[in-house]
Design a protein around this ligand. Structure first.
Ligand code: NAD
Ligand code: LMR
Length: 340
């Protein structure tokens, strides 16, 4: 029997290694703002994930049609649509992951901070419902301005004694996705093998690509590095201008959010070694929230992997980011202190 027990243990270890998990592989995921430009393609991508058992879609308009449409796709996830505030808690009940792309996008000439007045209240209200209904969920915030909406969410969660800094993420994955695409393009690399960390926040100068830490390592002339960095920082605006009033990035954002949610799902199901950058509560710099590479685990952030070595050019970008980042964060905190 000792031999049998040892064989069973070996088999268990092999299975764990093979599937990288001991979890249920079945999570309920809620998307808030599911009828929108991001919400629809994001929900489509999540419907294809084998890690999603239930896909719960919420919006204040049009979500029943989106849910009916997606529910005819022959994949595992069961889709339900929830229309309007009265159904929000039913949508959220039992969710392990909540993704929030609800809110207005930019038009040409606007900054992300110009969205604050409309989107701050939307995020605060949605997070209040999350705090009451599924306080243990992993919360992934896409709604801009991310530098402010994440502190808003944290302050609301604190008010409901439901704040766990390991479980609240501002989704900055699109900055990494873009950096990977642009670096691969510039260097003629296989983009599926390129990984560029992006730290800081998610707006203009607060976006800090750390090209010196790219994998595989790449070298650029100083001028080319600067041009590439500026393009990554302005990539959102590049799309806003190309869409000419019809909104901001939606398809690339859906891809990025699905990538991030997939990593969170794998980590909460027990996979080891999952690393993503995200905007979280942080002591890495003087800013109380900051994005850096994070090791994810069953309870969210397991370890903050920090800044790593920055070259002088990147250290200067970091310095330049701080005032705007601190202001954006303080504005979010103040909003909740004054209004809630
Ligand atoms: P959109 O206008 O196409 O869709 C937004 C959706 O949110 C709509 O369906 C709308 O009905 C819904 N909504 C509005 N108020 C709501 C509420 N109180 N509850 C639930 N749903 C509500 O906009 P979009 O292009 O999908 O962009 C959404 C947000 O994502 C914007 O704030 C945009 O700036 C942001 N964004 C962030 C990133 C990022 O990298 N983090 C990238 C792109 C866009
Ligand atoms: C992006 O980076 O594409 C988003 O933050 C949307 C925007 O307003 O640029």
């Amino acid at each position: 029997t000792a031999a049998m027990a040892s064989r069973a243990l070996n088999l268990f270890t092999i299975c764990r290694r093979q599937f990288g998990t001991t979890g249920s592989l079945a999570s309920k995921v809620a998307v808030l703002g599911a009828s929108g430009g991001i919400g629809q393609p994001l929900s489509l991508l999540l419907k294809q994930s084998p890690l999603v058992s239930q896909l719960s879609l919420y919006d204040i308009q049009g979500v029943k049609g989106v849910a009916a449409d997606l529910s005819h796709i022959s994949t595992k996830a069961e889709v339900s649509g929830f229309d309007g505030p009265a159904s929000l808690s039913d949508c959220l009940k039992g969710s392990r992951v909540v993704v929030i792309p609800a809110g207005v996008p930019r038009k040409p000439g606007m900054t992300r901070d110009d969205l604050f007045n409309t989107n701050a209240g939307i995020v605060a209200d949605l997070i209040t419902a999350v705090a009451k209904t599924c306080p243990k969920a992993m919360i992934c915030i896409v709604t801009n301005p991310v530098n402010s909406t994440v502190p808003i969410a944290a302050e609301i969660l604190k008010k409901h004694n439901a704040y766990d800094p390991r479980r609240l993420f501002g989704v900055t994955t699109l900055d990494i996705v873009r950096s990977n695409a642009f670096v691969a393009e510039a260097k003629g690399l296989d983009v599926s093998k390129v990984s560029v960390p992006v730290i800081g926040g998610h707006s203009g100068v607060t976006i800090i690509p750390v090209i010196s830490q790219a994998v595989p390592s790449v070298s650029f002339k100083a001028q080319d590095r600067e041009t590439l960095t500026t393009r990554i920082q302005n990539a959102g605006t590049e799309v806003v201008n190309a869409k000419a009033g019809a909104g901001s990035a939606t398809l690339s954002m859906a891809f990025a959010a699905e990538k991030f949610v997939d990593s969170v799902l794998q980590a909460i199901d027990g996979k080891r070694g999952v690393i993503e950058c995200a905007f979280v509560e942080s002591t890495v710099t003087e800013a109380p929230y900051f994005s850096t590479p994070l090791l994810l685990g069953r309870d969210g952030v397991e370890e903050n992997l920090g800044l790593g070595n920055l070259i002088e050019f990147e250290a200067k970008l970091l310095q330049a980011a701080m005032p705007e980042l601190q202001q954006n964060i303080a504005k979010g905190v103040k909003f909740v202190k004054e209004r809630y």
